[in-house]
Design a protein around this ligand. Structure first.
Ligand code: ADP
Ligand code: MG
Length: 273
């Protein structure tokens, strides 16, 4: 990524990244001494600027894969590249949003959002950016609040702003809306679509919510557990905004639930219907 010149604020330029996952395997030793193949020879090309969702039974390796793309963990074999460059270690061009907002509790919302700029030492020339991002995620008036003073949905908006302020090429979203109530979740799904359109970031979402996957994604990757592998890839070609009650939506939802049912014995029970 090009270095930002001092004194020159970053603009909302289109930044996007293509991710190649090539024969990636990763196993872990459990406390019992048993080895678990969390991922086995997973292969996938993720197009620049696309929105891909991963769905699959608990323990099928979704978080493992997100962590590998983020560079928080290393592949045992295979490789992952971003725009042709092998991923080695974490980098701000690959953002990560967790299920829990993970904001620094001792910092205000504005300070949390500014933290990435400060860590990159580009805060001075981008001093107005935190307020722009506060506005962009609908948190006007809450910049001086502390994380414990805002709702879960607002905290998640702040963590989206905190990730996006660094203009990542790829944003990993690991069940980011899973802890929110249904109304807030639907609200933030629209927010994700808007931010995706605005920034052109490649979005990689892990979700347990079949509706969420169909509502948001270009492609849905269904995984199976032990060893974690890709079972099926479903292309979603509906225009946005998508109508959750349309026959196409309903058809896709039931097709995915059916595939999930065969992906793990009781897996489908975990999914929202
Ligand atoms: P998912 O996010 O799909 O629920 P994970 O990627 O978290 O699944 O985990 C995949 C498998 O790898 C699980 O069986 C889990 O217990 C195991 N695993 C993940 N991380 C570790 C770790 N650090 N040590 C041991 N086992 C792990
Ligand atoms: Mg997980």
């Amino acid at each position: 990524m090009e270095a930002v010149k001092a004194g020159e604020p970053e603009s909302f330029q289109e930044v996007s990244g293509a991710v190649s996952i090539r024969k990636v395997s990763r196993s872990y030793e459990e406390d019992t001494g048993r080895r678990v193949e969390a991922l086995k020879e997973v292969e996938l090309e993720i197009e620049s600027g696309s929105f891909v969702s991963f769905i699959g039974p608990s323990g099928c390796g979704k978080t493992t894969l997100m962590r590998l793309i983020a560079g928080l963990d290393e592949c045992a074999s295979g490789e992952i590249t971003l725009d042709g460059e092998r991923i080695q270690g974490p980098h701000y061009e690959r953002g990560y949003v967790f299920q829990q907002a993970n904001l620094f509790p001792w910092m205000t919302i504005r300070e949390n959002i500014a933290a990435g700029l400060k860590a990159r030492k580009v805060y001075q020339e981008n001093r107005r950016k935190p307020d722009e991002f506060i506005s962009m995620v609908g948190l006007d008036g809450f910049g001086n609040a502390y994380p414990h003073q805002v709702s879960g949905g607002m905290a998640q908006r702040a963590s989206l702003a905190r990730a996006l302020i660094n203009q990542p090429k790829v944003l990993m979203l690991d069940e980011p809306l899973g802890a929110l109530d249904a109304f807030t979740r639907m609200n933030l799904q629209d927010e994700l679509l808007r931010l995706w359109r605005l920034h052109g970031t490649t979005m990689i979402l892990v979700t347990h919510d079949v509706d969420e996957a169909v509502y948001l994604s270009d492609r849905i990757v269904i995984m199976s557990a032990r060893p974690g592998q890709i079972k099926e890839i479903i292309e979603v070609e509906m225009e946005h905004p998508r109508d959750r009650g349309s026959s196409e939506f309903v058809f896709l939802r039931s097709r995915i639930l059916e595939t999930l049912h065969f992906a793990g014995s009781s897996a489908s029970l975990e999914y929202y219907l």
